[in-house]
Ligand binder design. Structure first.
Ligand SMILES: [Zn+2]
Length: 92
């Protein structure tokens, strides 16, 4: 089960940096917060295979499936794990 992960904006703040105003993945003028990176970023490495945005808040943020882990629940888990890995691989 995937736990909480941090966004690029959160890592900026944790390292004492100004939060960047532009997403480093898609170039859009938006801070790279988790909601953007997980569910709205147009960069191929974050959007490829992305499932529909979960309506359930815990599933949306933590990938916890609300009613057992069906195919959609597994897709959300895999997607969010891939987003987390991509963010960690591209920290700068
Ligand atoms: Zn983006």
């Amino acid at each position: 089960m995937l736990g909480s992960a941090h966004s690029t904006a959160c890592y900026d703040k944790m390292r004492g940096h100004e939060v960047r105003e532009q997403c480093p993945f898609c170039g859009e003028q938006i801070p790279p917060v988790w909601e953007h990176l997980s569910w709205h970023c147009s960069a191929e490495q974050l959007s490829s295979g992305r499932p529909e945005v979960p309506e359930d808040e815990l599933q949306n943020r933590l990938a916890w499936p609300p009613r057992g882990c069906d195919a959609y629940g597994r897709a959300v888990l895999h997607h969010m794990a891939r987003v987390r890995a991509t963010l960690r691989e591209n920290m700068n």
